[in-house]
Design a binder for this molecule. Structure first.
Ligand code: ATP
Length: 234
């Protein structure tokens, strides 16, 4: 069995006085694709932001590859090989595609070269000199993923990568994530698009009110489908 790459135990988080996470336990094994499901406001984004250290009012333990992320400053988290694509994608609007791509330093060996990235995302090559503001939502999402692949990250965290995108682009994002998984990338994603998550994930966690309330593998999904669809409103 693959070793745990990320192991979160008893994670609590706050925004000021507001206590949002109440003891989250979640594990992602090396090479796995894990999806975090849950209603709006359940605490999914806060969980991701707590892992990468954007949310700093936290308690509990977040171990990545044997190292406690809780004690690391924000700028050291990416150096561990963790790439985060936030919900807003984080593309700099005044910079070109190429400038956005080259912005983060290569943190670990093994990142893709620019030509490998353009093989994977031919549309980004066509738009290499376009400004961030001129890109469609799908192009921004692809650029956000491409930028991380260049850094050499081994663990990809995505917050609702399909949000607001057309079905054709959603399919393309799915193909890219599958390809990355085949190449050994470990992936944790938050997704409201249940059909998309269903095609991709090895394992699921379900969150409600700042807790994990269920976890199951892809093979158990069918037996959970009815309840999940009702809960997520799909
Ligand atoms: P969504 O899909 O709506 O983003 P989510 O499951 O990702 O849902 P979170 O964004 O983690 O949920 O939000 C969890 C709770 O924390 C919600 O009650 C939300 O209102 C609150 N919250 C989120 N961000 C902040 C913030 N910056 N300040 C205060 N409260 C916040």
């Amino acid at each position: 069995m693959n070793r745990p790459m990320l192991k979160i135990s008893g994670l609590q988080a706050w925004y000021g006085e507001s206590h949002v996470l109440h003891g989250v336990d979640l594990t992602v094994k090396e090479g796995e694709t894990v999806t975090l499901l849950g209603r709006n406001g359940a605490g999914k984004t806060t969980t991701l932001k707590s892992i990468v250290g954007v949310v700093r009012e936290r308690q509990g333990s977040i171990m990545f590859d044997g190292r406690d992320l809780m004690t690391l400053p924000l700028h050291h988290v990416a150096r561990q090989g963790i790439g985060f694509v936030p919900e807003d994608r984080g593309i700099y609007s005044s910079l070109s595609v190429m400038e956005n791509l080259m912005l983060p330093p290569k943190f670990t060996p093994g990142g893709l070269s620019v030509s490998e990235i353009f093989n994977l995302f031919p549309n980004l090559e066509e738009r290499r000199n376009s400004q961030g503001t001129k890109l469609s939502g799908g192009e921004q999402q692809m650029l956000a993923i491409a930028r991380i692949l260049r850094t050499g990250a081994r663990f990809l965290i995505l917050d609702e990568p399909t949000e607001g995108l057309s079905p054709v682009i959603v399919q393309r994002i799915g193909e890219i994530l599958k390809l990355l998984r085949e190449r050994g990338m470990t992936i944790l994603l938050v997704e409201q698009n249940f059909r998309f998550a269903q095609k991709l994930a090895d394992r699921f966690y379900v969150m409600e009110d700042g807790h994990i309330v269920d976890t199951f593998s892809a093979s158990e999904l069918d037996s959970r489908l009815h309840g999940l669809q009702a809960m997520l409103g799909v």
